[in-house]
Design a protein around this ligand. Structure first.
Ligand code: UDP
Length: 417
């Protein structure tokens, strides 16, 4: 198949860990690689955010990233990008020329708008498959007036869900949310995010730690990731007598000046100081992807305590490294982490429950190792990108079937899907 991915803010080539660069970038990059490896031809269209970016970057055989000029060629917060979606659609359509793809797969609601516009203007139409990655209704529910999404999201996002030929939910919880915004159930498929199980593996180096126990929290430094809850849990562990524990926080800016001026980093450090645990909180900043496995392997447990989480790739990465996860039972974490088997679930926004779960793992290393080993098994069996690519292909076929356009190319090996 010839596949177009549209990912307006999340370039597969971007560094991860910044405010707007995380799981979606990983998802688009890894899924595209896996689809190209299966013999498809994939173009990823993303917004040019630097004037020096080349028009096209060939990533590997069958996979290229196309930078489309849509708005100023500068990094812009994703919540400011809506006015440029028409331009993005125009750039995508121009690049298709007389050879539109078999399917266009858009990521995040604004890319959905651009994809639908381009697909609708292509001579024979192109089926649109859409992954939301995050939903405005859920964000608003949890962030209230701190939500910086443009107000138009409230009606444009559901319209993307209703107009797309197929919508991919990344977890079962999202299916309910999608139905609640009016997406018909018979047009929803589940295709989760995946994990690179050869990069994220139990064998291999672990970086040294500074104390007897280490817990790690990894992700974009934004309040909804709940890293403050991990700091509170650390203080509770100390009160309980488990004092020789450090909390490694990964994410945020890549340089120390950026980290010092980051409001969330400052808030976290102030909290750690006020609770008397600043000496055991390590704020690392952004860590390149290749170093992430060694970081995860250095931890006795990885804490994922978001208020809500559309999917959450970090717990899968930890599981793939055989590190047990303590996770808030929200969103995708309900599917990925199996309580008492690959990690422990705790209620959201509950530092006492987090501390109790961590204490259980730190004091029972054999139990922790058992959970870690089962996590590795689950990650490899269910969440490899090859498997996700297969689920995604099935959804493409359903979308193609619904619009009755035959795919031009089958994957290598000639197997009909
Ligand atoms: N990540 C990274 N370096 C960092 C922080 C995060 O490589 O400094 C990666 C992390 O390993 C994961 C992704 O960014 O692959 C975050 O994805 P997740 O789905 O957990 O969160 P999101 O950013 O989508 O909310």
């Amino acid at each position: 198949m010839k596949i177009s991915m549209v990912s307006e803010h999340a370039s597969p080539l971007a560094a991860l860990g910044g405010v707007d660069a995380g799981g979606q970038n990983v998802h688009v990059a890894a899924l595209s690689v896996a689809l190209a490896a299966r013999g498809h031809t994939v173009q990823v269209y993303t917004r040019r955010d630097d004037p020096g970016l080349p028009d096209r970057v060939q990533v590997q055989d069958g996979l290229e990233v196309v930078h489309v000029t849509a708005g100023p060629a500068l990094p812009l917060p994703k919540d400011d990008l809506l006015p440029y979606m028409g331009q993005l659609a125009g750039g995508v359509l121009a690049d298709w020329g007389t050879e539109p793809p078999d399917v266009v797969h858009s990521h995040f609601w604004m890319s959905g708008l651009a994809a639908l516009e381009a697909a609708g203007k292509a001579p024979e139409g192109v089926p649109v498959v859409h992954t939301f990655h995050a939903l405005g209704t859920v964000k608003k529910r949890h962030q209230g007036c701190d939500d910086t999404s443009p107000p138009e999201r409230a009606w444009l996002e559901p319209s993307v869900g209703r107009r797309a030929d197929r919508v991919l939910a990344t977890c079962s919880d999202e299916v309910f949310e999608l139905k609640a915004i009016g997406v018909p159930g018979n047009r929803i498929s589940i295709a989760p995010c995946g994990v690179d199980v050869s990069l994220f593996a139990p064998g291999g180096p672990a970086e040294p730690r500074g104390r007897r126990y280490r817990i790690a929290a990894v992700g974009r430094l934004v309040p909804r990731k709940g890293v403050d809850l991990a700091i509170r849990a650390l203080a509770l562990l100390r009160d309980e007598g488990l004092a020789d524990v450090e909390l490694l926080i990964v994410g945020g800016s890549s340089d120390s000046a950026g980290l010092e001026s980051d409001p969330e980093a400052r808030r976290l450090l102030a909290l750690a100081r006020s609770l008397g645990v600043a000496d055991r909180v390590l704020l690392r900043g952004q860590v390149p992807r290749e170093q992430m496995p060694a970081v995860l392997r250095s931890a006795d447990a990885v804490v994922c305590a978001p208020w809500y989480e559309p999917f959450g790739i970090v717990p899968l990465e930890a599981m793939a490294c055989a590190v047990p996860v303590v996770a808030a039972a929200v969103g995708g974490l309900i599917d990925t982490v199996v309580h008492g088997k690959t990690g422990l679930h705790v209620p959201p926004r509950d530092p006492a429950a987090l501390a109790a779960a961590l204490s259980e793992l730190l004091q029972n290393p054999r139990y922790a190792r058992r959970l870690g080993a089962a996590g590795r098994q689950r990650a490899s069996a269910r969440y490899s990108w090859d498997r996700v690519a297969l689920d995604t292909e099935k959804a493409y076929q359903l979308a193609l079937g619904a619009t009755a356009r035959p795919a031009r190319l089958q994957p290598l090996g000639g197997k009909a899907l």
